[in-house]
Write a protein that binds this ligand. Sequence first.
Ligand SMILES: Nc1ncnc2c1ncn2[C@@H]1O[C@H](COP(=O)(O)OP(=O)(O)OP(=O)(O)O)[C@@H](O)[C@H]1O
Length: 439
Amino acid sequence: MQDNLITVDRVSKSFTGAAGDELRVLDEITLELRAGEIVALLGRSGSGKSTLLRTIAGLISPTGGTVRYRGTELNGANPGTAMVFQSFALMPWLTVQDNVELGLAAQGVPVAQRRERALAAIDLIGLDGFESAYPKELSGGMRQRVGFARALVLEPDVLLMDEPFSALDVLTAENLRTELMSLWAGQKFPTKAVCIVTHNIEEAVLLADRVIVLGANPGHIRAEVTVDLDRPRDRKSPTFEALVDRLYDLLTGREADRHEPEPTVATPTARPLPAASVGGLAGLVEIVHARGGRVDLPDIAADLNFEIDDLLPLVDAATMLGFVEVEGGDLTLTTVGKDFTTADIQRSKQLFAEQARHRAPLVRTVCRALATSADGSLRAGFFLDLLRRGFSAADAQRQLDTAIDWARYGELFDYDTDTDRITADPAAGLVPETQLRSH
Ligand SMILES: Nc1ncnc2c1ncn2[C@@H]1O[C@H](COP(=O)(O)OP(=O)(O)OP(=O)(O)O)[C@@H](O)[C@H]1O
């Protein structure tokens, strides 16, 4: 049996918003990190990956449930972990050597030993000769090497990594991943397990033994997929591609066991609007049409050089509006989607408006509220206040911005910067014309 290092036991986490409202970010997460394995936490933006990783590191305390390290419940920072950050998080005024020594100094390790251990970590991670350099003198890839050395020098049982390659260019990221994997395969790697947060499916399949797929609203475990492929892994092998397809499916498909209401009846907080502009989602529908009405998602992501986080909101938006359907990693154009993309601009706007009004919960809610208003207009703050019950302030604003973008295109309503009000478009027929607010 594998040695269990960290246990996350029914962990939930809520944050308190500015208005005193509670925002649930993690919901009853249970998982184990065991010696000898690399685990990827895969999910879209906002699914709580970073919050979960920080909870494992003991930097955030859970609202419910416990995190245990070797059987002992955490009470502060997890002594068995060290973290590599996406942003590198180096001290600009310290040299490479001093940056790497920092954590050892905090642990009270004597100076001579600190030097020796830091030099070994610097050597291991390929930074030999850069000991006296300052971060600003290094390329992004070299800076992240310092990030790795600084974590590895602590010889943690579990190395935690929060999107460590996503701030690097493609080639640098690939080189660093490959090097990391060969170190992991060798005897010198000073940690027993790795847990990496990523929104990049291929990265997860490339690195991990197990991929834990997180869903959002609130963050929960959707599925766990074992990656039983020999290393080094070949991205082009059919088994690799099949796993990528499966993970795409898990990230885009509906969850049978969760009661996600249909967009036609859901409230704006139960089915948030995906962060997609009209241009973006219309572009995706156009591509699906141009490719014969059916496409493989991983293929278009690769062709367009898109990362999953860029593409999925567009897929979600097009699905919410009923323009495409998703199944098994494939996107299929619907009849209304085909009409939308082939019709003339006026008809296309009309179709968009009809779909948005019925299938985009926030657009529907705003339309209804405007219809019951005295003059077809309401303060934007009214909607923001309502949204703050289910979203953070920034997310509530983003939701309203998306609704306005969609409604403006569909000529349903618009935002008036002078008055800070949302106003029905006379053409939409939401309110009798005699009632409309005059400008
Ligand atoms: N300190 C905080 N206070 C309030 N809300 C927070 C806080 N930290 C995170 N959140 C919210 O929790 C949700 C999940 O955030 P988190 O960063 O964990 O997600 P993620 O999956 O890592 O996303 P990303 O890939 O965008 O970082 C988001 O809606 C975010 O706004």
